[in-house]
Ligand binder design. Structure first.
Ligand code: LLP
Length: 458
């Protein structure tokens, strides 16, 4: 079941609500529209996939989407948080994530749906998915973590992934300042080609992320030299993003458990294998069969069990991308030379992935055009003063009238969180459709007044 569907009469729906009706109710500007039930369904898919793997952690990569309401919802569903800055850590705390202790999360798999932990305790005969009550649930990643943020992470008891020699030194300093031992994982660059756009590949040889495996011994010795500051708890890798072959994860996991064997052979008690995020989604809406969370987990399951490890995954895109679209209005249609353009009010400022990665995101009109409307090939572009300002190229669409709604799909991940205010296109508001069909604003849109505020008193 997917949240966005076209009715036979040509209207786009988000769950059971007509997108056109929502457009009439909300502000007349581009906005992000999410389905809250779809977010739940995506988390459930991971939880079901992780059944049988005790003490696993779904570490949601906050960078993909940092809407506070969404974070609160993900937290309630049992996700942990993967952070790349002190501010992301502060936001996770604000959203109620417990950085050190996991709560026991039970999900009763249908037909009852989600139940609170209390009510589930008394039930029997259901499959339960469980996080250890002592499991840390926030993980701090990054190749350039600054000392101030590491101190906060140390104070809060967050797991920290070690990325380099200087990072390790900083973590030691942070532990001393905080007066607390830091649980660390070594981020090993497994040198596996994720077969994705170079800008979103991270686990290959020349990447700026992680440590080279030849240097593993140096890091193990450094951890041994700081028994009061560091406790090595596991190994981490992250291969890249938009990965559509699970074999790639398996190849990396094979290497990683070998490293874990090596690490354990030196007397370290490491329990966590963190295989990062990176599972791709069907941006093309082509109906192609792409790996699911279950396929991903199943491909590493035996390896994880064979070493009695706790599996950590760090999904961003595959949890949140398909729950949302950017809703725009058509400003007009024009033809230059041999090119046809649909000009919309949204742009690369609200959604930069096509401009930055040449990414394909599916585009649809929200309402039926007159039956005689001509079908043409259009570039869908925004009003921003850049030729890179396009949302889609060479799309077959019916010629829309001015004001028609046009959506860019799969906009839940790395769209709002990468939005800018270029050309003073202020960042858009966000709404979601709730389980009961009501539409709620979950973030205010930025305004011109917000911009002026930065200069007050100067
Ligand atoms: N863990 C680490 C260490 C990461 O660097 C990332 C993403 C994730 C987890 C989550 O990966 P995901 O499951 O979302 O693929 N802006 C780009 C994507 C950049 C990904 C950065 N790292 C895009 O729009 O495609």
């Amino acid at each position: 079941q997917h949240c966005f569907t076209k009715s036979p009469d040509g209207f786009l729906y988000c769950e059971d609500t007509k997108v056109q009706d929502i457009m009439e109710k909300v502000e007349k500007r581009p906005f992000y529209l999410y389905s809250k039930p779809q977010i739940t369904r995506n988390v459930e898919a991971y939880k079901e996939a992780l059944e049988g793997l005790k003490n696993s952690i779904i570490g949601y990569a906050i960078k993909a989407n940092n809407n506070l309401k969404i974070l609160q919802h993900l937290r309630k569903l049992g996700c942990g948080a993967v952070l790349v800055s002190g501010n992301e850590l502060k936001l996770a705390l604000h959203a109620g994530f417990d950085p050190t202790k996991g709560r026991t999360i039970y999900t009763v798999l249908s037909p009852v749906g989600l139940l609170s932990p209390d009510s589930v305790e008394s039930l029997t005969g259901f499959t339960k998915w469980e996080l250890s009550p002592t499991m840390p649930k926030c993980i701090f990643n990054g190749n350039g973590k600054i000392l101030e943020d590491l101190i906060l992470a140390a104070q809060e008891g967050v797991f920290v992934n070690v990325d380099s020699e200087f990072d390790l030194e900083n973590i030691v300093t942070a532990a001393k300042v905080a007066g607390r031992k830091v649980n660390v994982l070594l981020r090993i660059n497994p040198d596996v080609d994720p077969q994705v756009h170079p800008y979103v590949a991270t686990g290959n040889k020349n990447s700026k992320f992680g440590i080279r495996n030849e240097k593993l011994q140096w890091f193990l010795d450094a951890v041994k030299a700081h028994p009061n500051e560091l406790k090595l708890v596991g190994a981490h890798c992250h291969l890249g993003s938009t990965i559509t072959k699970v074999d790639i994860f398996r190849d990396a996991a094979v290497l990683m458990v070998n490293y874990i064997d090596e690490i354990r052979a030196q007397g370290f008690e490491v329990d966590y294998l963190n295989i990062g995020g990176g599972l791709g989604i069907d941006y093309y809406h082509s109906g192609a069969v792409l790996p699911t969370p279950r396929d991903l987990i199943d491909t590493v399951r035996e390896l994880v069990l064979s070493r009695n490890l706790n599996l950590v995954i760090e999904p961003g895109r595959s949890l949140i991308a398909n729950t949302c679209c950017l809703v725009n209005r058509v400003t007009g249609v024009k033809t230059n030379g041999t090119k046809n353009f649909i000009v919309i009010d949204g742009s690369m400022a609200e959604l930069i992935r096509p401009s930055l990665y040449d990414a394909y995101q599916h585009i649809e009109l929200v309402s039926p055009t007159p039956p005689d409307a001509e079908v043409s090939t259009f570039d869908v572009v925004g009003p921003v003063c850049e030729s890179a300002d396009f949302l889609g190229k060479e799309r077959e669409l019916q010629t829309p009238a001015k004001g028609t709604g046009l959506v860019v799909h799969d906009a839940g991940a790395y769209c709002m969180s990468m939005a800018s205010t270029y050309n003073l296109k202020m960042r858009p508001p966000e709404y979601w459709v709730e389980e009961d069909g009501s539409v709620t604003r979950i973030r205010h849109g930025e305004t011109f007044e917000d911009h002026i505020r930065f200069f007050e008193g100067l």
